[in-house]
Design a binder for this molecule. Structure first.
Ligand code: SF4
Length: 119
C-alpha cells in the first residue's frame, strides 16, 4: 500500500521507511485521492524552476480540493511536521506559516490564562 501522493519510484527505493511512514500517517490515507502520484505533482524534482514549481503546486492543490480526507491529511502534515511537498492543499511554506500562527496563538492563550491558585 502506498502513502498519499507517494511516487511509485520511492516505493521501490525505501520500503522500510515507507512502512514506518505509513504507520504514522493513520487510517485516513486509504481514502487519499493522490495515492499514486504518477504525475509527480506533490513533490518538487531537483532544480525545479520557480514557474514550474508554482504550476505544479497549483495542480496538486486542485487534486487536494477534491480529496475527502483533506482535513486529516493537512493536520497530519502539520503535526508531524512533514517538511516537503503539498499535503492537505498546503505547500511546505504555507504549513510553516500556519504552524507559526498556531504557536503564537497558543502562546497568547497561555499568557492570558488565569494563574492557578496556590495551595
Ligand atoms: S489532501 Fe491532497 S495530499 Fe492529502 S491525501 Fe488528499 S490529495 Fe493527497
Amino acid at each position: 500500500m502506498l502513502l498519499p501522493h507517494q511516487p511509485l519510484q520511492d516505493a521501490a527505493v525505501v520500503p522500510s521507511q515507507r512502512g514506518q511512514a505509513r504507520e504514522e500517517a493513520g487510517p485516513w490515507h486509504a481514502e487519499a485521492v493522490c495515492r499514486r502520484d504518477e504525475a509527480g505533482l506533490f513533490f518538487a524534482p531537483s532544480k525545479e524552476p520557480t514557474a514550474a514549481r508554482l504550476a505544479r503546486e497549483e495542480a496538486a492543490k486542485r487534486v487536494c480540493a477534491r480529496c475527502p480526507v483533506m482535513v486529516e491529511c493537512r493536520e497530519h502534515a502539520l503535526l508531524q511536521p512533514e517538511p516537503y511537498g503539498v499535503w492537505g492543499g498546503l505547500t511546505a511554506a504555507e504549513r510553516r506559516v500556519v504552524l507559526t500562527r498556531r504557536r503564537r496563538r497558543e502562546s497568547e492563550l497561555r499568557a492570558a490564562a488565569p494563574m492557578p491558585a496556590a495551595g
